[in-house]
Design a binder for this molecule. Sequence first.
Ligand code: ADP
Ligand code: ADP
Length: 228
Amino acid sequence: MIEFDNVKKTYADSTVAIENVSFEVAEGTTTVLVGPSGCGKTTTMKLVNRLEDPTEGTVYYDGTDTQAIDVTELRRDIGYVIQEIGLFNHMTVGENVATVPKLKGWDADRIDDRVDELLELMALPPTKYRDQYPRELSGGQRQRVGVARALAADPDVLLMDEPFGALDPITRADLQDEFLEIQAEINTTILFVTHSIDEALKMGDKIAIFDVGELVQYDTPRNILEDP
Ligand code: ADP
Ligand code: ADP
């Protein structure tokens, strides 16, 4: 589904963010990119939806070089969730979640059903939360809306960059558990960035361990625990 082939990214100021990075993410699986701050996780993620482009090597999406895919089209298939999610504050929760389905031209009934379904799934009962504004919600609830928004139009790929990073430990554990349940119900290919090895072991089918710009290990949680 997603393949990195010997990818290097050098920024304009000559910082080499990643080098020699190769890995493959199978459809419907979750790969967690883990490692300390500054080791290249976010850069790797941004190379998938072309917020950045590789300096060397190739990133493939569904077998096609991403450089040959129209950026708008690529991003239509790829949901993106970041820390401190950028919800639209002038829009209600329901309107936030409906953003991408609207862009895709879904009809109103289908959008309404989808929004309710996702809010239900994220433990935000729509009758209570649909018409509220982001400022009326807690941090954990806002992050739930962000995940619902990213999932709304059934993306083939979901990129999640420290999605639960700004939350207190208990809310974070709750959201991890909820997300694991959702993961089991959808067939979305997920790339998940965290600096917490515990979170990586909990959430990942595969774990990619980064250390200053290099991918040093890529394996299942079980194999990583047996061969640290
Ligand atoms: P991580 O997500 O693991 O914290 P990043 O991918 O954000 O790592 O950053 C990797 C390296 O690239 C760091 O040294 C960071 O400072 C640098 N970097 C990231 N973005 C830019 C940029 N836009 N311009 C220059 N250097 C950058
Ligand atoms: P994280 O560590 O959570 O990945 P950062 O705080 O390192 O995030 O980076 C936040 C934003 O700043 C990112 O969009 C990244 O690309 C950019 N950035 C990081 N390092 C640099 C840098 N040295 N020069 C310019 N932009 C940077």
